[in-house]
Design a protein around this ligand. Structure first.
Ligand code: 6R9
Length: 646
C-alpha cells in the first residue's frame, strides 16, 4: 500500500501537524473551559461571554449551555465582519443545474445586500425574533440569503429538503408552527424540474391559514397563485439593502432541523447561536485545512446538516469562498463534479461515499479528462466509506496527493466529531480515525453499559462530556431529547452508532445500532417507512429493515402483510412504492418489497427484526434461536420468498 502519512510539505503549511494535533488535543481534554474559552474568541461577540460551559447530562435535568452570557449575531459574523477586508471577495460561487447556464459569483458585499433585502421582506411579512421560518428551496443563492436573513433578524429557520413530499413539509411547518414558508416556483435538478410551489400549496392545505408563502422565482415556470402567496422578487427589488443585525443570546436558537430517529416521527433538532458557530467555523478550518483564498466545495444540499455547517455557516464565518451546487453528480454526465472542480479551481472537495461509488462505476475517463490540479483536500461524510471507493477517490481523483478526511458526525453534533486531519494523520481507508479537539469518545458494552477500555475493542459509541456544537434540545420536547440521547447510557451522549477501536486506537464506525438506516447517506427511520406503508388501505402490517446495497450503502427492504382478501401483485407493489414516495419523498421508496403472510414475532408480539435483517441480507444460515417465536413457521416462508438473492 502507498504511504498514507502526510507529506512533509503539506504538513509544513497545514494549520496543524501530527505533533500539534497531539498537543492541542491533550490540552483540550485537560482543561475544556480554558480551551473553548479561547476558541470562543474566533467569532465576534457584541457582549463578550464570561461563562464558557454549563453542562449537565443527568437524566431529568439535562442542560447544555455554552458561552451563555455572551451576545452576538450569527449573520454579522458570516458577513459584516468581513466587509472591511473582503467586500469584493467572492463569498458564494453558485453553479446551476445546467452547465450551459451561467454560474454566479456573489461577493461578500452582495451577500450582505441580498441578505438584508430578504430580512426586510420577511420583516414586512411580520417575522420577528424567535419566529420560525420554513425553507423549501432549490440549491439557489436565495437559500443562503434566507438562512442568513433569519439569523440576522433572530428568526429560527427550519429547512425542509426539496425532495420531501407535501405531507412531510406540512408536518414540519406544523411541528415548529412556522409563520412563513419560503419556496420557489420549481427546482431544477438533473435536468428535471420539481414542482416546489405546487407541493407547498398542497402542504399548506393542512396548515393554519395564517401561514404565508414567499415564492422565489427560479425557472419562471407557470405556477398557480393563491391569496397567501407573496412574490419575493417583486418585493426584493424594492427592499432596502440594510438591516441592523439583532443582538442574540449565545443560547438563542439559530435553527431547527428535522431528522429521523429510531422511533416515531422525525424530531426537530435545535441548534443555538454562539457555540454552534464557533464549532462549525473551527472544524471547517482544521478538518479541511482551509486557508484564506481557497475555493471550497461541499456538494451537500442545504436541506441536510452538512449544508448548514459546511456550505453556509462554517465557511462564511471563516470568510471563505464556498461553492453552492444546484445539480447532481451525473448530469449531464458523470464528469460534472470534476468539470465544476476544474471550472472554479476547487481546492477542497467534500462529498458523500454514495456519490463516489456511483461515479467510480462510470469509469475513470470522466475524471481524467478534467484538470483537478487545484485540489488539495478531499472529504467524505454521511456513511462509512468502503476501502475500494476510498482508494479510487484517493488514486483517481486525488492522484495520491490529496489527504482524504472521512468525517464522522451527525445532525445532532453540529460539526465533525471524528475525522483525520490533513497534515497530521496517517490515513486508514474507511476509518474516521481520531476525535476532533475537545471530543472524548468512549466505547461501551451494549448490554452492561460498562466502558470498554484499551484497544482492539468493539461496542456502542458514546461521547463523554459536551462540545459547543452539540444540539440543545428537541424542539418542543425536551423529554424526548433526554430519553433519546441520555437515558440508555447514563452520563454519556449516546450516538446511536456502533464502532470499533483498533489496535492503534483509531475509530471505525460500524453503522447504526438502532432502527435507523442510512440510504445514500440520508438517515431514514424504519418506523417512518413502516408507518407510511400501514397508512395504505390494503396494508395490514409492515416491517422495514436495511440491507447492503452496492451504491446506496443500504437499501430499504420492506416486509408487507396485506389486509385479508387483498392479493399480492406487481401492480400493488408499484402502487406501494408510489405511495411511500408521496407520503415521505423519493428517498424513502422501498428498494425491495416482500409479501409476508406473517412476520416473526415473539409471544409478546414484538417483531424480531434481527431475523428480518438476516433474511434481507440473504444470510439466513445463522438465524440464531427462533424457538421463542410465536409461530416459527413464518420464517420458512420468508426465506423461501426472499427478494435479495446473491
Ligand atoms: C453528517 C450526517 C448521521 C449518521 C451517523 C452515522 C452516519 C455520518 C459518517 C457516518 C460512518 C462517517 N455517518 N458520517 N458513518 N462514517 N464518516 O451525516 O448527519 O444525516 O444526521 O447522519 O450518519 O451512522 O450516526 P446525519
Amino acid at each position: 500500500m502507498s504511504d498514507l502519512s502526510p507529506s512533509p510539505e503539506f504538513a509544513k503549511n497545514a494549520h496543524i501537524d501530527a505533533e500539534g494535533y497531539a498537543k492541542t488535543y491533550a490540552a483540550s481534554i485537560a482543561d475544556p473551559a480554558a480551551f473553548w474559552g479561547n476558541e470562543g474568541k474566533r467569532i465576534d461577540w457584541i457582549k463578550p461571554f464570561t461563562e464558557v460551559k454549563d453542562v449537565d447530562y443527568t437524566l431529568g435535568q439535562v442542560k447544555i449551555n455554552w458561552y451563555a452570557d455572551g451576545t452576538l449575531n450569527v449573520a454579522a459574523n458570516c458577513i459584516d465582519r468581513h466587509l472591511a477586508t473582503r467586500a469584493n471577495q467572492t463569498a458564494i460561487i453558485w453553479e446551476p443545474d445546467s452547465p450551459t447556464d451561467e454560474a454566479k459569483h456573489i461577493t461578500y458585499q452582495e451577500l450582505h445586500d441580498n441578505t438584508c433585502r430578504m430580512a426586510n421582506v420577511l420583516a414586512d411579512l411580520g417575522v420577528t425574533k424567535g419566529d420560525r421560518v420554513v425553507l423549501y428551496l432549490p440549491m439557489i443563492p436565495e437559500a443562503a440569503y434566507a438562512m442568513l436573513a433569519c439569523a440576522r433578524m433572530g428568526a429560527i429557520h427550519s429547512i425542509v429538503f426539496a425532495g420531501f413530499s407535501p405531507d412531510a413539509l406540512a408536518s414540519r411547518i406544523n411541528g415548529c408552527e412556522a409563520k412563513v414558508v419560503i419556496t420557489a416556483d420549481e427546482a431544477p435538478r438533473g435536468g428535471r424540474n420539481t414542482a416546489l410551489k405546487s407541493n407547498t400549496d398542497k402542504a399548506l392545505e393542512s396548515c393554519d391559514a395564517s401561514v404565508k408563502s414567499l415564492v422565489v422565482k427560479r425557472t419562471g415556470g407557470d405556477v398557480a397563485w393563491t391569496d397567501r402567496d407573496v412574490d419575493y422578487n417583486a418585493l426584493a427589488a424594492k427592499a432596502d439593502t440594510t438591516f441592523a443585525p439583532v443582538e442574540m443570546g449565545a443560547e438563542d436558537p439559530l435553527f431547527i432541523l428535522y431528522t429521523s430517529g429510531s422511533t416515531g416521527q422525525p424530531k426537530g433538532v435545535v441548534h443555538t447561536s454562539g457555540g454552534y458557530l464557533v464549532y462549525a467555523a473551527m472544524t471547517h478550518q482544521y478538518t479541511f485545512d482551509y486557508h484564506d483564498g481557497d475555493v471550497y466545495w461541499c456538494t451537500a444540499d442545504v436541506g441536510w446538516v452538512t449544508g448548514h455547517s459546511y456550505i453556509v455557516y462554517g465557511p462564511l464565518a471563516n470568510g471563505a469562498t464556498t461553492v453552492m451546487f444546484e445539480g447532481v453528480p451525473t448530469y449531464p454526465d458523470a464528469s460534472r463534479f470534476w468539470q465544476v472542480c476544474e471550472k472554479h479551481s476547487v481546492n477542497q472537495f467534500y462529498t458523500a461515499p454514495t456519490a463516489i461509488r456511483a461515479l467510480m462505476g462510470q469509469g475513470n475517463e470522466f475524471v481524467e479528462k478534467c484538470d483537478l490540479s487545484a485540489l488539495k483536500v478531499l472529504g467524505t461524510v454521511g456513511e462509512p466509506i468502503n476501502p475500494e471507493a476510498w482508494n479510487w477517490y484517493n488514486d483517481v481523483v486525488g492522484k495520491g496527493t490529496c489527504p482524504i478526511v472521512d468525517t464522522w458526525w451527525q445532525t445532532e453534533t453540529g460539526g465533525h466529531l471524528m475525522t483525520p486531519m490533513p497534515g497530521a494523520t496517517t490515513l486508514k481507508p474507511g476509518s474516521a480515525q481520531q476525535p476532533f479537539f475537545g471530543i472524548e469518545p468512549a466505547v461501551l458494552d451494549a448490554t452492561s453499559g460498562e466502558e470498554i477500555h484499551g484497544n482492539d475493542v468493539e461496542g456502542v459509541l458514546v461521547i463523554k462530556d459536551s462540545w459547543p456544537g452539540q444540539m440543545r434540545t428537541v424542539w418542543g420536547d425536551h423529554e424526548r431529547f433526554e430519553k433519546t440521547y441520555f437515558s440508555d447510557y447514563k452520563g454519556y451522549y449516546f450516538t446511536g452508532d456502533g464502532c470499533r477501536r483498533d489496535a492503534d486506537g483509531d475509530y471505525w464506525i460500524t453503522g447504526r445500532v438502532d432502527d435507523v438506516i442510512n440510504v445514500s447517506g440520508h438517515r431514514m427511520g424504519t418506523a417512518e417507512v413502516e408507518s407510511a406503508l400501514v397508512a395504505h388501505a390494503k396494508v395490514a402490517e409492515s416491517a422495514v429493515v436495511g440491507y447492503p446495497h452496492d451504491i446506496k450503502g443500504q437499501g430499504i427492504y420492506a416486509y408487507v402483510t396485506l389486509m385479508t382478501g387483498e392479493e399480492p401483485s406487481d401492480a400493488l407493489r408499484k402502487e406501494l412504492e408510489t405511495w411511500v414516495r408521496s407520503e415521505i419523498g423519493p428517498i424513502a421508496k422501498p428498494d425491495l418489497i416482500q409479501w409476508a403472510p406473517g412476520l416473526p414475532k415473539t409471544r409478546s408480539g414484538k417483531i424480531m427484526r434481527r431475523i428480518l435483517r438476516k433474511i434481507a441480507e440473504d444470510d439466513f444460515a445463522t438465524l440464531g434461536d427462533t424457538s421463542t417465536l410465536a409461530d416459527p413457521s413464518v420464517v420458512d416462508d420468508l426465506i423461501e420468498n426472499r427478494m435479495n438473492r446473491k
